[in-house]
Design a protein around this ligand. Structure first.
Ligand SMILES: [Zn+2]
Length: 232
């Protein structure tokens, strides 16, 4: 589109920052420059034993784990996840996935990884929402890291209850046996990157990692979440 065409489009269809609501400029996408500069990034990578990785200590299949930014209740950035999940705006996740991947690439986070596996939703939840937000985040990562996405192998076989108000023990029980691997032989000896939107207690991701390593011989697993929940 020509510059004039872009100007007219911007005038007729202004776009707004998904964080602060201010009008976006021509070169801005989804998030304005100010909000982007203030994004509370974790800088967990390349710290080997960062707080996300600490959830998986004693789990030899897990190689690396990281999260892009902090998810703190009441913080203006929490709306990025809720919009990508509940407001039919999954492209925000894809955009943030691209941003995160550009950061992760600097430390070689993707080296040796064979494919990306988004944490699957149950068929019911996916049908209700129309998409899997973690898949869109993984799409953004995959574009920058130039890695394939595998969405048909790890599946969610149980529709578990929402975990928001559960204790740590209840969450752990709630995620037991919810995942399954359809074709373990295709992942044998591979290094996979599991992708999710937010890590809270790590119970869901641990269940994913456990299912994969029980089913697949010699699998190596890394973990990436867009955000890491902070205690209130
Ligand atoms: Zn903004």
């Amino acid at each position: 589109m020509t510059a004039i065409g872009t100007d007219i489009r911007m005038l007729l269809f202004p776009r707004f920052c998904k964080v602060c609501g201010n009008k976006l400029g021509k070169s801005e996408d989804h998030i304005c420059t100010v909000c982007l500069r203030q994004l509370p990034m974790t800088h967990y990578d390349p710290m080997a034993l960062n707080p996300v990785m600490q959830h998986f200590v004693g789990f030899p299949a897990v190689q690396h784990a990281s999260a892009f930014y902090f998810y703190t209740h009441g913080n203006k950035y929490t709306s990025l996840i809720t919009q990508s999940k509940y407001s039919d705006k999954p492209e925000i996740g894809q955009y943030l996935g691209r941003l995160a991947a550009s950061e992760l690439e600097k430390s070689g986070f993707f080296e040796g990884i064979d494919c990306l596996i988004p944490v699957p939703l149950s068929r019911w939840r996916r049908w209700k929402r129309g998409y899997n937000q973690s898949e869109w985040i993984a799409r953004g990562l995959a574009e920058v890291a130039r890695l394939p996405l595998t969405t048909d192998n790890l599946i969610r076989v149980k529709h578990n209850e929402t975990q928001t108000h559960m204790t740590r023990d209840e969450r752990w029980k709630n995620v037991q046996g919810i995942f399954a691997v359809r074709h373990p032989e295709r992942l044998a000896g591979r290094h996979v990157l599991i992708v999710d939107d937010v890590i809270t207690t790590g119970a869901t991701l641990m269940s994913c990692a456990e299912t994969l390593s029980n089913a697949v011989p010699d699998i190596r697993i890394s973990i990436f979440t867009l955000a890491a929940a902070q205690n209130d």
